[in-house]
Design a protein around this ligand. Structure first.
Ligand SMILES: Cc1cc2nc3c(=O)[nH]c(=O)nc-3n(C[C@H](O)[C@H](O)[C@H](O)COP(=O)(O)OP(=O)(O)OC[C@H]3O[C@@H](n4cnc5c(N)ncnc54)[C@H](O)[C@@H]3O)c2cc1C
Ligand SMILES: NC(=O)c1ccc[n+]([C@@H]2O[C@H](COP(=O)([O-])OP(=O)(O)OC[C@H]3O[C@@H](n4cnc5c(N)ncnc54)[C@H](OP(=O)(O)O)[C@@H]3O)[C@@H](O)[C@H]2O)c1
Length: 277
């Protein structure tokens, strides 16, 4: 099979893969892998010079482990200016992609289709005073990109990253990231005073507890942050999580009189699922 390789030989598990990369894909080199829990990890890969995307968009990724590899949608968690691409991933037991993806090591090859897309982009929102980023689980990934993009801070005076998880270890990707940004040479000055972080868990004791929906409904989220209730004049929102979470937070945004937008019709909030249930 090796004669089918015309450009690059994909590497998997530290060894040349017997499968050629499908046409129309980038072959990216895995540079770094960090595991957080038995169901969450982050990895960084090389970035082709010509690959352009908007912070908050997603791409399709796969592994060179079959003639017809499984591709899945992934939000790019790094900002559009970064020299590498970062992803934050679930590990689904027996998941067609992630049962293999969770084993990648530096030096391995990640396949990525060449086009990016998505609705969680700054362009899909009208200007406002503040932007609320509502996420649960791996839904934080597009916001990990947007909170590192200076454009987000040019557009909004306050950027509020909320992240709901079941347990405290699942918050670590987000808490580490926010912590690292405060001293970041590029966005540190922008982030200080503008970025507010509200991590909350539902199944353990923590400084913030409860579902984001309940925290919005009770007003505790706003009181804890010292901010007024959401409204259409000042507030914009982006939502990323499970289908149930999207539905419930979307209803809350509508009840606070925010109007849903899209790439071709910017408005006051936008929605994208973090996975297909
Ligand atoms: C627009 C979009 C963006 C996405 N971005 C990301 C991302 O940045 N990171 C990421 O890990 N996944 C993301 N996903 C989900 C991803 O596409 C895959 O579903 C996931 O990698 C699992 O792949 P799989 O083949 O192992 O299992 P699949 O067959 O795809 O999924 C099996 C089941 O696992 C559960 N599941 C899948 N993904 C998740 C998840 N992320 N969190 C919790 N449960 C899940 C669901 O119940 C699903 O039915 C995104 C999905 C969409 C639609
Ligand atoms: N995370 C894990 O430890 C774990 C382990 C094994 C399997 N799984 C499976 O993986 C899938 C996803 O798990 P996940 O934990 O990443 O995502 P999830 O089930 O969507 O939960 C993430 C967080 O969102 C909250 N949430 C759920 N529905 C909500 C809604 N409608 N509005 C607001 N908040 C909501 C959850 O609170 P609640 O706790 O109140 O639901 C939890 O705090 C599920 O199918 C799950 O069975 C997860």
């Amino acid at each position: 099979m090796t004669e089918t390789f015309d450009m690059e030989v994909p590497i998997l598990g530290g060894k040349p893969s017997p499968f050629a990369a499908p046409a129309g894909c980038y072959c990216l080199e895995v540079r770094e892998v960090q595991h957080y829990t038995d169901s969450l990890f982050r990895f960084r890969v090389s970035r082709p010079k010509e690959f352009r995307f908007r912070s908050g968009e997603f791409v399709m990724i796969g592994l060179p482990n079959a003639d017809k590899p499984v591709f899945r949608a992934y939000s790019v968690a790094s900002p559009s200016w970064d020299e590498e691409l970062e992803f934050f991933s679930i590990k689904v037991p027996d998941g067609p992609l992630t049962e293999h993806l969770q084993k990648i090591q530096p030096g391995d090859t990640l396949l990525m289709r060449k086009k990016s897309t998505g609705t969680l982009v700054n362009d899909a929102l009208l200007p406002g005073k503040r932007v609320w980023m509502f996420s649960t689980g791996t839904g934080i990934a597009p916001f990990a990109s947007l909170i590192r993009d200076p454009e987000t801070y040019e557009k909004f005076d306050q950027v509020i990253l909320t992240h709901g998880c079941r347990t405290v270890p699942e918050l670590k990707y987000g808490t580490d990231l926010v912590e690292s940004l405060r001293d970041d040479p590029l966005v540190g000055d922008l982030v200080r005073g503008k970025l507010l972080h509200y991590p909350t868990v539902t199944r353990e004791t923590y400084v913030h507890q409860g579902r984001l929906t309940d925290l919005i409904n009770s007003g505790k989220l706003f009181d804890d942050l010292g901010l007024p209730r959401m409204g259409p004049e000042e507030d914009r929102a982006m939502i990323c999580g499970s289908m149930a979470m999207l539905k419930d937070i979307k209803e809350l945004c509508l009840s606070h009189e925010l109007e849903e937008g899209a790439n071709n019709k910017p408005a006051q909030f936008v929605v994208e699922r973090a996975f297909v249930d």
